[in-house]
Every structure is written in structure tokens, then in C-alpha cells.
Design a protein around this ligand. Structure first.
Ligand SMILES: C[S@@+](CC[C@H](N)C(=O)[O-])C[C@H]1O[C@@H](n2cnc3c(N)ncnc32)[C@H](O)[C@@H]1O
Length: 379
């Protein structure tokens, strides 16, 4: 790892279920050849590519280096295969290296045991390689490792991201239920949005969809405000991150088409404005307090995207469904807009008064939701 900046790593992005093709497309547009499997998109790259994909992926959760993969049906094999890896090349003697274990549909199914065997094999190997006795200090930088066994195939990886990529760093905490930033960006990527047409979020809440739209429209790197796990790797060239940030700044464009964000609740709009300010896009979004039933716009040929409330209890559900009826009355006639609504309510289309052109099943965290898509009749 230390010696070769041009070294190609086997990399993969992780993402929420249902977003594999979205992440793959994004990585392809960044210049990578990809292959998909459930929850992962594989590609190859150097340290510079690790920086680029962490900085620019709007839709992935994490970027990881695949260190080793092998079949493991028993603990001896798991130990030996992990021990064989040249850990001293990756981990300095004082490295802190938490190991996360996952095992699914495999003979080795006890995750705590898998995790501790892998940890033990690495510790033993490092002791041998660094001629140490007793214990390793683990007082230095963090190298987050994980072992994932699926159908007896074990993969050992190093996480280059750290806190998940949805944590862009522009959002203030507020106790509501905002969409994750990368989920919001993923929804936008399922629409034709590229910043050249107007976009409206009439139930914007803390503004995630509108802010992510503004970042896309302005070509702002979504990782501009944060650090990544690789910043702490001692063999990682720190200049690469600085250079990529500088280059990203030169690629920012100005906004071409309006972005509207409204909500019935003024207090949540204040949070949305603060978030937009933190993301540097406050001037690019027009925030307005207005209820759906009073919504009017003279814009045309744009996109409406929203994540309306979804009621779990019957009473909330009834008021959510009344809102979907109002949405139907107000937005259905806006036929020059393609429209996208995310909700878990199976009665959405019935209340909205129109069958969606297309429906996409997604998971918002653990909640099964549908993304209802209504294509436009452009003027
Ligand atoms: C699920 S939240 C949206 C969360 C948002 N996508 C985010 O990331 O923060 C639904 C929003 O709809 C708003 N809302 C509820 N009823 C409304 C109405 N009649 N008109 C406009 N907004 C409404 C709520 O105030 C709430 O902010």
C-alpha cells in the first residue's frame, strides 16, 4: 500500500437496497467500469479514485477496498486465510482496527465469533510481523475493517469512507424524519433532473430534496464539507484530497433553472433554510410557506418531487390520504411536469386520482415505500 500510488485496488461501493443501478450509473459517469451485485457495485481504482468517488458519489453509502476473498466453511480456514494477508503493509504497529462481522446464509453463522477470529488472526500476524509480544497499543489512526460472509464466501474489506456518505455535514439535527441525503439524491437520479428544468418540492420539510437538487444543478461535490476514513491512513497521499477539493471548486456552475421548496410549516422551513445556508445554496432555492391546497405556479416543463407524510396510525393515515387528494387536485392538472412521489401508503394512486406511469419499490431505512412516477406531457 505504502509504495505505490499507481496501485489499482479492487473497490466497491455499498448502497441501500434498490439503488445498485443508480450508483453504478453514477460511477460510470465518473469514468469507471462497474459490475453489480446485491448491495454492492464493484470497480477498480487508485488512491486518487478513492478520493474522487468518496468526494463525488451522491448516492453511495461507502467506498471500500476489497482486501481478500475466499471460501470459508470453518474457523480454521477463516483464521488461516486472514493470517496469510500482509497486514503490516496495511496497518502501522499502532493502528486502531475495529473489525465488523456479518455472516449470512453461511456455515459460519455466529457473527461475534467470525469477528473475533478475524481480529485474532490479524493481531497474531501483526505481532509476528512487528516482532511484538503482549499486546498491540491500538492508539493510532483508525482503519475500519469488515468481514462479510455470504453463502460461505468471505470478503475482508477496508472502509475508506468512515461515517456514511449520507452524512454530508450540512444538516442541523432537528428530531423530524428527514430523508437521508444520499437517498434524496438517489430519488433525484431516478428522475431526468439535471439542473436545466425547474424543480419543485411542495412538502420540503428540512429541504433535503431541494438542497440535493441545488448541489446537482451547481455541480457541487457532495463530500465537500467532510473528512473521510482514508484521511487517517498513514500510507494515503494527503495531497490527493486537497487537490481534488481544489479542482471541485473550479467545477461549480451557477444555477440555470429555478428550485422551489415550500411547506405548510414555517418552523421546518427555517431549518431547511439553515441547511441550505450550510450547503452554500440558500440563494439558489426559493423557500415559501404554503399549504398544498393553496399551491400555484406559473412554471412549466419541470419536475415535481415530494415525500409527503405517511400516517402509521389510522387517524394520521386518514389525514395523509386527504392530503394526497389535495395533491391530486392541485398537481394532476400540471401536466407539463413530470411528478414523483415517495410514500408507503398503498392507497396513494387511488387518492391522488391517477395511476402512476411507473412505480418503483424502495426501502427508506427499513420502511418499504413506493416511488410513484408520473411522466409529463411536455409543452
Ligand atoms: C415527510 S416530511 C418531508 C421530509 C423532507 N423530505 C426532508 O427530507 O426533510 C413531510 C412534510 O410535509 C409537510 N406537510 C404536511 N402537510 C402539508 C400540506 N398540507 N401542505 C404542505 N406541506 C405539508 C410537513 O410539514 C412535512 O415537513
Amino acid at each position: 500500500m505504502k509504495e505505490n500510488l499507481m496501485k489499482k485496488y479492487q473497490l466497491y461501493a455499498t448502497m441501500g437496497a434498490g439503488f445498485e443501478s443508480v450508483v453504478a450509473k453514477e460511477l460510470q459517469s465518473l469514468g469507471y467500469k462497474t459490475t453489480n451485485e446485491n448491495g454492492r457495485v464493484f470497480f477498480e481504482g487508485t488512491q486518487a479514485d478513492i478520493v474522487k468517488t468518496n468526494l463525488w458519489s451522491r448516492t453511495a453509502d461507502r467506498i471500500k477496498i476489497l482486501l481478500k476473498e475466499f471460501t470459508a466453511m470453518d474457523f480454521d480456514t477463516l483464521y488461516n486465510e486472514v493470517y496469510e494477508f500482509d497486514w503490516a503493509q496495511l496497518l502501522p504497529v499502532d493502528a486502531k482496527f475495529p473489525v465488523q462481522g456479518r455472516a449470512v446464509r453461511s456455515k459460519l453463522h455466529s457473527e461475534p465469533d467470525v469477528q473475533s477470529i478475524v481480529k485474532k488472526a490479524i493481531v497474531d500476524k501483526m505481532m509476528d510481523q512487528y516482532h511484538r509480544r503482549g499486546f498491540l497499543p491500538e492508539s493510532g489512526s483508525e482503519y475500519p475493517l469488515d468481514v462479510h460472509i455470504y453463502k460461505n464466501k468471505a470478503r475482508i474489506s477496508l472502509d475508506t469512507t468512515g461515517a456514511s456518505l449520507f452524512k454530508r455535514g450540512y444538516r442541523v439535527e432537528h428530531g423530524g424524519a428527514p430523508l437521508k441525503e444520499n437517498f434524496a439524491a438517489g430519488l433525484l437520479k431516478l428522475t431526468p433532473y439535471n439542473g436545466t428544468h425547474p424543480i419543485i418540492d411542495p412538502m420540503t420539510g428540512s429541504g433535503t430534496l431541494a438542497i440535493e437538487a441545488a448541489l446537482i444543478a451547481k455541480n457541487v461535490a457532495p463530500g465537500s464539507w467532510r473528512d473521510f476514513a482514508y484521511d487517517n491512513f498513514d500510507w494515503f497521499d494527503s495531497k490527493l484530497h486537497k487537490d481534488a477539493l481544489e479542482e471541485a471548486k473550479t467545477q461549480v456552475k451557477s444555477i440555470e433553472a429555478p428550485i422551489w421548496a415550500s411547506d405548510i410549516d414555517q418552523s421546518i422551513l427555517e431549518i431547511a433554510k439553515l441547511n441550505a445556508h450550510n450547503a452554500g445554496v440558500l440563494q439558489d432555492i426559493r423557500f415559501k410557506q404554503v399549504a398544498v391546497k393553496d399551491f400555484a405556479s406559473d412554471l412549466e416543463n419541470g419536475i415535481i418531487i415530494a415525500n409527503p407524510p405517511y400516517g402509521k396510525r389510522l387517524k394520521d393515515r386518514e389525514s395523509a390520504e386527504e392530503l394526497y387528494r389535495q395533491m391530486g387536485d392541485v398537481f394532476r392538472p400540471m401536466e407539463s411536469f413530470s411528478q414523483y412521489y415517495l410514500t408507503a401508503d398503498p392507497k396513494f394512486e387511488e387518492c391522488f386520482g391517477k395511476k402512476a406511469t411507473k412505480k418503483r419499490k424502495l426501502f427508506n431505512g427499513n420502511l418499504r415505500v413506493d416511488f410513484y412516477q408520473y411522466w409529463a406531457n411536455r409543452k
